[in-house]
Write a protein that binds this ligand. Sequence first.
Ligand SMILES: Nc1nc2c(ncn2[C@@H]2O[C@H](COP(=O)(O)OP(=O)(O)OP(=O)(O)O)[C@@H](O)[C@H]2O)c(=O)[nH]1
Ligand SMILES: [Mg+2]
Length: 368
Amino acid sequence: MNVVSAITGLPYVGKTTLFNLLTGGHAKTGSFSGAEAETNVGIAKVPDHRVDELAALFKPKKTTHAEVLYRDLGLAHAKEPGQGISPQKLGDLRTADAIVHVVRAFRDPSVPHVDGSIDPVRDLASVELELLFADHGVVERRLERIEPELRAAKGLERETKEREKAVLAKAGAALASERPLRDVDFDADERKTMRGFRFLTLMPTLAVVNLDEVDVASPDAILAPVRKAASAHRATSVIPVCAKIEAEMAELSDEEAAEFRAELGLVESALERLVRATYELLGLCSFFTTGEDEVRAWTTPCGTPAQQAAGAIHSDLERGFIRAEVIKWDELLKAGSEANAKKLGIMRTEGKTYAVQDGEVFHVLFNV
Ligand SMILES: Nc1nc2c(ncn2[C@@H]2O[C@H](COP(=O)(O)OP(=O)(O)OP(=O)(O)O)[C@@H](O)[C@H]2O)c(=O)[nH]1
Ligand SMILES: [Mg+2]
């Protein structure tokens, strides 16, 4: 699978600056037009030193990293909650795998703020409220439509619709009291019923705090209240970034950027941190295929059965799956070649239901 992440947040918080540095794009920033910003779409190559090291060993014709598709979706400044997101953008949010919610912590007075002051916790809540209103609208519209359907339905169909109505009523009550749906306990059946609605307040969400340059070295005082607010609503990770510094580093050579980063005490780039957090949030793993033609990274939910994971490579491999030869990437590197790994007996043979782990190299044997 290729992950799709939707970047959102209030105007002028640095969404497009972040989008550009993730995707290597050059979309326009700092327009301050007041209107809803245009959507930018771009692809980030997932940095993975394991792929690079495997490629150094195999010297393939082609090296392919995993990719994350980013959509940069601006919101308009809404006077009343529920007016900040256009239907088109709602669709772009709902069909993503994860939401990246950028909040502003940089102070720069030359960049206006729609609410006048810098307050990441307030901004987090105000965008969350927009998402919540959108979900509430979905519930209300469906509940209206389900009534006549219920009157006409019989038997099993009626039971199913009754269940749907009950779940929606439960969701609606939570939303009406401004509780995001991820804050509500739903059982497996209820979750299944809700899946098709793609509720925004149920989506895996990362809060990216766009730090001021001067706070990069010691961001804890700024991050602590954001972390507290985010965890109160089970919104998982909070990731600090300074988009401006990162954007400057993106212009440097790799060595210069590494030096600059080390000076600031940053170990990884914003892209590395964001992608790692996204994979963790979504429970995703990377596995690799290697050969003279191509060394390539694949993305799959951790624990996917080997046969199904093989389907990500090619449907023939899933259909005709016999078994997979599996080895951890670093063991393969140590062995120096697949042939040597086999000789050493460290290449395992696994069957259809084997649960794929992060960092494994797969060689699928299949019937055509
Ligand atoms: N000082 C400072 N300025 C930043 C930072 N990140 C972004 N900016 C500036 O803030 C302004 C707005 O950034 P954008 O990336 O256009 O913000 P946006 O969220 O995409 O804005 P809209 O799309 O118009 O809603 C630009 O002038 C950026 O250069 C940062 O970390 N520090
Ligand atoms: Mg923008």
